[in-house]
Design a protein around this ligand. Structure first.
Ligand SMILES: [Mg+2]
Length: 216
C-alpha cells in the first residue's frame, strides 16, 4: 500500500472521468440548483469541464509537474465557469497545487494534503461555515476522514469513507435554511431542497475514488 503513488496521469484520467460525470449529470445538477437557485449549476460545470477535457492532451504534455496541472485546470474553471461554482472549484483545484511543486507523483498522504489545501481555499473564498447549505457541508466531512488517514491504512477504503461522509453531508443540507448564495433569499422555502454544490462536490471526489480503484 505504501508503494501507491499517484502520478500526473492519475489526475488527468480523473479529470476525464469528472468531465464525463458532469456531462451525464448536467440536468440533475441544474435541477437541484433550479429548486432554490438559478438553475445553472450543471450547465456551468459542463461548460468548464468540457474546456478542461479539450485542453487535457496539451496539459498532459506541457505541464512540468502536478502543481502546474492543477493550477491550469483551476484557471480554466475560473475563467470558463459562471456563478459561484467557477471561482470555488477553480480555487479548489488551483490550491491543490500548493504542496505539489516539482512533484511527478504523490503518495496518498500527500493527496490528502492536496484535498485539505483545496478545501481551505474554498473556505477562504466562499466564507461559508458548516451548515450554511453550501458545498462546504460536503467538503468538511470528507476532510475529517482524509485528515485521519495514516500510513498503512487502505487508501481506497479511506477515500470510500470520505465520499460516503461527503454524501451524508450533502443529505444534511436538505433540511437547512441557506446562509450563503442565492438560496439565502428564500429563507425557509429552501428547506427540503439539497444544495447543488454539495452534490457536485461528492460526485467530483467520487471520480477521484473510481480512478484510484484502477491504479492498484
Ligand atoms: Mg446557480
Amino acid at each position: 500500500m505504501s508503494a501507491l503513488m499517484l502520478n500526473k496521469s492519475y489526475f488527468i484520467e480523473t479529470f476525464k472521468k469528472i468531465a464525463d460525470m458532469v456531462e451525464k449529470n448536467r440536468d440533475h445538477l441544474s435541477k437541484l440548483d433550479s429548486d432554490i437557485g438559478d438553475g445553472d449549476h450543471g450547465i456551468n460545470l459542463t461548460i468548464g469541464f468540457r474546456e478542461v477535457e479539450k485542453q487535457l492532451p496539451l496539459l498532459s504534455d506541457s505541464t512540468a509537474d502536478i502543481a502546474e496541472l492543477m493550477k491550469k485546470v483551476g484557471m480554466i474553471l475560473l475563467s470558463k465557469v459562471g456563478g459561484a461554482s467557477g471561482p470555488l472549484y477553480g480555487s479548489f483545484f488551483m490550491k491543490m497545487a500548493n504542496n505539489t511543486t516539482g512533484k511527478q507523483a504523490v503518495t496518498f498522504k500527500e493527496f490528502c494534503q492536496m484535498y485539505q489545501d483545496g478545501v481551505e481555499a474554498v473556505q477562504m473564498r466562499g466564507k461559508a461555515e458548516l451548515n450554511d447549505k453550501t458545498m462546504i457541508d460536503a467538503l468538511i466531512p470528507g476532510l475529517k476522514v482524509l485528515n485521519n488517514y495514516k500510513e498503512g491504512d487502505d487508501p481506497i477504503k479511506t477515500l470510500e469513507i470520505c465520499v460516503d461522509e461527503m454524501k451524508k453531508g450533502s443529505d444534511l443540507t436538505i433540511p437547512l435554511v441557506a446562509k450563503k448564495g442565492r438560496s439565502m433569499r428564500l429563507g425557509e422555502r429552501a428547506i427540503g431542497h439539497r444544495d447543488a454544490g454539495s452534490e457536485s462536490a461528492w460526485m467530483i471526489m467520487n471520480e477521484f475514488l473510481q480512478q484510484l480503484k484502477l491504479e492498484k
